[in-house]
Design a protein around this ligand. Structure first.
Ligand code: PBG
Length: 329
């Protein structure tokens, strides 16, 4: 009988070189999509209180941000406007203005940094006076089909301005098919759709809502359209439907608390599956690091790596720039 373990698993962990050689999962700057918030005005940077280290930038300063991301090897940015208050209405009509904040931002970035992809959010919450992602009836219920009609127009306006990927984040039924059809009809054959397919009604979106100015406005919650955290079979049905309707890629959101959903979606469908590490997750990392509870850089890399291990094809993260810098050494 041998007096030593038959296999010493620790041999594979005994030095940095062998750990590097045996890593099953790797992070790379091309894994990231960087969300950016836009404000009106010129020469502005507005720090966002609940997202330490994240600011809104005016259109004239965005291209430099996009350039920074591209130079770090980040392939794509996601844009979110903070619409001026006087342009927020019940019917969200500013979403369809071809000269609105997001369209101006798309053009400025496409002009200055043509080598980075631009993803835009399709949903009405930055434009409605009530902060919901769609139109509401007199009882406050978010109307599905009426909202889809506007989302289609919104997606077309964004595509015409130069968006490469439109990402419906509203969770209305049938919007992917309707948007795909309209994009084809209007000749936007290479504009892709990243469907927020499994988007949960989450407590982790708070800082984002501050960033786009919908926090104080929101009446009630989004549980009649976003998914219940209790469910995973339903997430698979949502993904299945969005793919059938023509989604090119799907997304799971939030991230870390829903890694099981990411893993299931990737395993069952084998399609590009993105994950959104949302604002509340970012804030959790920043605050715990600031409180001295953990090492910030280690937290960033460990959580991002976890998404890759779960099967994610890419990650929307406010830490994209920091993480890319760490990886580029
Ligand atoms: C809105 C939208 C939200 C996020 C992305 N698009 C918020 C919401 O659904 O209320 C959240 C992103 C984040 O928290 O970082 N359609």
């Amino acid at each position: 009988m041998s007096s030593f373990p038959a296999l010493r698993m620790r041999r594979a962990r005994s030095a940095p070189w062998i750990r590097a050689m045996l890593a099953e999962t790797r992070l790379h700057p091309s894994d990231f999509i960087w969300p950016l918030f836009i404000c009106d005005g010129e020469g502005c940077e507005e720090p966002i209180g609940s997202l330490p280290g994240v600011s809104r930038w005016s259109v004239d300063r965005l291209a430099a941000k996009a350039r920074e991301a591209a130079d770090l090897g980040i392939p794509c940015i996601a844009l979110f406007p903070n619409t001026p208050n006087d342009l927020r209405t019940e019917d969200a009509r500013e979403a369809l203005n071809p000269d609105n904040l997001i369209c101006r931002a798309i053009k400025a970035i496409k002009d200055a940094v043509p080598d980075i992809g631009v993803l835009t959010d399709v949903a009405l919450d930055p434009y409605t006076s009530h902060g919901h992602d769609g139109l509401v009836d007199s009882s406050g219920y978010v109307l599905n089909d009426e909202t889809v009609e506007i989302l289609v127009e919104q997606a077309l306006v964004q595509a015409a301005a130069g968006a490469d990927i439109v990402a419906p984040s509203d969770m209305m039924d049938g919007r992917i098919g309707a948007i795909r059809e309209a994009l084809e009809r209007e000749g936007h054959l290479n504009v892709a759709i990243m469907a927020y397919a499994a988007k949960y009604a989450s407590a982790f979106y708070g800082p984002f809502r501050e960033a786009v100015g919908s926090l104080g406005r929101l009446k009630g919650d989004k549980r009649s359209y976003q998914m219940d955290s209790a469910n995973i079979e339903e997430a698979l049905r949502e993904v299945d439907l969005d793919l059938e309707e023509g989604a090119d890629f799907v997304m799971v959101k939030p991230g870390l608390p829903y890694l099981d959903v990411v893993a299931r979606v990737k395993a069952e469908f084998g399609v590009p599956t993105f994950v959104y590490q949302v604002s509340g997750e970012y804030a959790m990392i920043e605050h715990s690091a600031a409180a001295g509870a953990a090492d910030r850089e280690a937290l960033i890399l460990e959580t991002l790596l976890a998404f890759k291990r779960a099967g994610a094809s890419g990650i929307l993260t406010y830490h994209a720039l920091d993480a890319a810098r760490l990886l580029n050494g």
